[in-house]
Design a protein around this ligand. Sequence first.
Ligand SMILES: *Cc1c(COP(=O)(O)O)cnc(C)c1O
Length: 406
Amino acid sequence: MEIPFLDLVTPHLQLEEELTAVFRQALHTGGFIGGRVVEEFETAFASFCLSGYAIGAASGTDALRFAILASGVKPGDVVVTVPHSFIATTEAITQAGASPEFVDIDDRTYNMDPEKLRDYLETACRRKASGRLLSKRSGRPVTAIVPVHLYGQTADMDPILAVAEQHCLTVIEDACQAHGAEYFSKKHNQWRKAGAMGRAAAFSFYPGKNLGACGEAGAVTTNDAALASRLKMLRDHGQARKYYHEIEGYNGRLDAIQAGLLHAKLRYLERWNTARRECAARYRRLLSAADCGIDAAYEPSWSKPVYHLYVVRTRERDEMIGHLRRAGIGTGVHYPIPLHLQKAYEGLHYRKGDFPVTEAACAEILSLPMFPQLTAEQQVRIVEEISKVAGRSIPSKPASEMVELG
Ligand SMILES: *Cc1c(COP(=O)(O)O)cnc(C)c1O
């Protein structure tokens, strides 16, 4: 039996009636753009994120670009982010007129390393008499930071927010992979949700994300009412009132059918995230029992991840991918080439060796099947097949004998 990397059919068929009802309603009302359906989803998503406002957008990339623009990043500014992300993170920065500069990631969480951020701000930047912080490598003003909550795990936000505040920088979360992820803030002495920690946050509802549309969609969350109004204008040709354009904006709206479908699916998100966490816990037990030298995904005590992806590391990645493919098991690599080494960013003049933690990770990371409907039996088989490659030097009993199912 094949085990897919991701199953986009089963959850939609389970909700077939609810989802087709949304489409039928749109056909009967002609409400395709904006309106009540969009607003109701926005309200529900804001409340899911424990954030004041959610503003729908046409994609996660649009959402991030709008969030950066609305937060006051100006053309020519530098926005600091990580080289270990999907290219949409840096596309949004560039398309907002700014330019990305990178700091390396933490070896175990794969997210922005707060110490490297501090080091960058203190040693790779200088402060002008005017108080502005300038990047030494580009001579441009540094104004914002975009931490990415990669794989469904938040970045270590307390120290990132602290250093940002110290340098008067805006923090915009790339929460495109982290719907529902939580972070324990020592400063606030409470769990905080992805999307409610920065000045604004971008979410993607690309079909494969934890909350996915049946097409393209995204949203920005923020607690700032003025920012929310600017975001609404930016996504809709710069108008707050039809044909009265206060600024030049974009065609970047969330359409009503996608909003309706997302609202229907949002009711299941908590359940699906719980199922993903259970799958992750089972991978942990199985991998540790198999004793094949492959570590389970790292979960710091301050993190409640939602496992958008389940990522392990192996030096024998190509062999592993090939073996799993022949066994009918789908895998992925997120992502094989760091952003600073992409051809598209030749112009930024980074070199191999600039971000060693990211570069080492990119060569070894492997994403295993992860979706809410993944079964215990499938996971046992996956780990058994993994051990055949990884554990060749280590004799071990089959995983199924050592770990009870369920
Ligand atoms: C998916 C994703 C995006 C972009 O979202 P789209 O909806 O595909 O435009 C941005 N950043 C990260 C980290 C993502 O995973």
